[in-house]
Design a binder for this molecule. Structure first.
Ligand SMILES: Cc1cc2nc3c(=O)[nH]c(=O)nc-3n(C[C@H](O)[C@H](O)[C@H](O)COP(=O)(O)OP(=O)(O)OC[C@H]3O[C@@H](n4cnc5c(N)ncnc54)[C@H](O)[C@@H]3O)c2cc1C
Length: 396
């Protein structure tokens, strides 16, 4: 059984159903729409969606191709990655509303009679016997129901409840800054891919977004709502447009008050062990990372893909007993390596964006220029963007 129908849980459901394993996904929401969802899918996960035959459905809907990342200090290029130069057949990531992706995975899964999906089902508690997890208790409308399972896969995302119910130790760190996001229509002739622009202590992150928007983010000092109250929206527009003047026109028209922006509290969370007897965590429940470089969906989906053989093997080895935590040691150790590689990379980028003194800004410039020229730049970026598929260079 899987708790949570986000990228990790929904994909896990499909993968198990394809193997003729009976699987139930419990999702607390009635629809797949959410306040906020990661919308950029890295090339590694696009490759996976192609392998699973889901990408065709996404093509019918449409998406924005993401095939470049550039970092500028105002107009001076510091660092760039052109996905065409990756030694991998999948040359682009995509930007697409996450509900479209989840719906496509769900529809594919529903073709298998052993896939079951219950929405509006809030998982409230774990069922335990002899300290082992043997199922969950969930609420659907007014009814409270119990369901037993040999394995509970916790894919509830960053605010996971069963993570604490199962007694996992979580190391949560609040980010030292808050993030403001807003969306504006893409100006005419905008050819950029993902763009990071810095100048002195300021920066903006600009991501082309389906169908014809730019998603723009910038960090602000911690205590975002007090900050917002103390500044006018015109002050904010000036701050952003000093770094990227092309945003002035769309911002003037579409960002008329702070209500046109979204304030996000950023935190990271890491769980020491991801498994206990009868339960394993994947996706954001196991590792909540910073949104920078858009890797959360990639990690979540690849957790599911990599977990599949361990679940298959565990279900047959342990028959009707809960699968012991030790069965997943190898899986957890492999995934932790990838998560720590990604979070290390993100920490570097966060540090770049946090530079404020003249010296820090000069070091940032030098560091990014040197990195840009390193011969192994593409090998490192491949590991980040493709994850477990970095070495699987077969056209699908
Ligand atoms: C500002 C921001 C921008 C981001 N941008 C990107 C991006 O562009 N690209 C990217 O790859 N990642 C991005 N991310 C991260 C990305 O959204 C997550 O990493 C990803 O969604 C994790 O997938 P998941 O399946 O683990 O969890 P989630 O997507 O959080 O899914 C969890 C699911 O579980 C359900 N659920 C929760 N509790 C219960 C319960 N008790 N019972 C039943 N169901 C429950 C929820 O409703 C939800 O559907 C961003 C994150 C932030 C904060």
């Amino acid at each position: 059984m899987i708790v949570g129908g986000g990228p990790a849980g929904m994909l896990m459901g499909l993968l198990l159903a394809r193997e003729n394993i009976d699987v139930l996904v419990l999702e607390k929401n009635k629809s797949l729409e959410r306040d906020f969802r990661g919308e950029t899918i890295a090339p590694g996960s696009v490759y996976l969606l192609k392998k699973l035959g889901i990408f065709r459905e996404l093509e019918k809907h449409g998406f924005v191709k993401v095939n470049k990342i550039k970092m500028y200090d105002r107009d001076e290029k510091l660092f760039s990655v052109d996905f065409d130069r990756f030694d991998h057949p999948q040359k682009f990531g995509i930007d697409i509303p996450q509900p479209v992706v989840l719906e496509a995975i769900k529809q594919q899964a529903l073709k298998h009679p052993n896939f079951h999906y219950i929405d509006g089902a809030l998982c409230m508690d774990l069922l335990k016997e002899n300290d082992q997890v043997v199922g969950v208790r969930y609420k659907q409308e007014q009814d409270v129901k119990e369901i037993q399972s040999q394995l509970v896969i916790g894919a509830e995302g960053r605010f996971s409840r069963i993570r604490s119910l199962a007694g996992f130790r979580v190391k949560k760190e609040n980010f030292s800054r808050d993030l403001i996001w807003f969306k504006v229509p893409k100006p005419a002739n905008w050819e950029e891919g993902n763009l990071i622009k810095v100048h002195k202590h300021d920066h903006v992150i600009i991501l082309p977004t389906y169908p014809n928007y730019l998603r723009v983010g910038t960090y602000i000092p911690l205590g975002g709502s007090a900050y917002i109250k103390s500044k006018s929206i015109d002050w904010f527009i000036d701050k952003v447009c000093r770094i990227e003047p092309r945003l002035r026109e769309p911002m003037k028209e579409h960002i008329t008050s702070w209500e046109d922006t979204t304030l996000l509290k950023i935190f990271t969370a890491h769980v020491d062990e991801w498994a206990k007897d009868g339960i394993i965590l994947i996706g954001d429940s196991a590792h909540t990372l910073s949104p920078i470089l858009g890797q959360g969906v990639n990690l979540a989906m690849q957790d599911a893909y990599e977990l599949l053989p361990y679940v298959k093997d565990g279900l047959s080895t342990y028959k009707n007993r809960p699968i012991p935590a030790s069965h997943f040691d190898e899986f957890v150790s492999k995934r932790k390596q990838q998560v720590s590689f990604v979070s290390g990379f993100q920490a570097q980028q966060e540090q770049n964006l946090a530079a404020s003194s003249l010296i820090q800004c000069a070091i940032r410039k030098l560091k990014m220029r040197v990195l840009d020229r390193l011969p192994f730049k593409y090998a490192v970026m491949e590991k980040l963007q493709y994850g477990i598929f970095a070495n699987e260079k077969v056209e699908v």
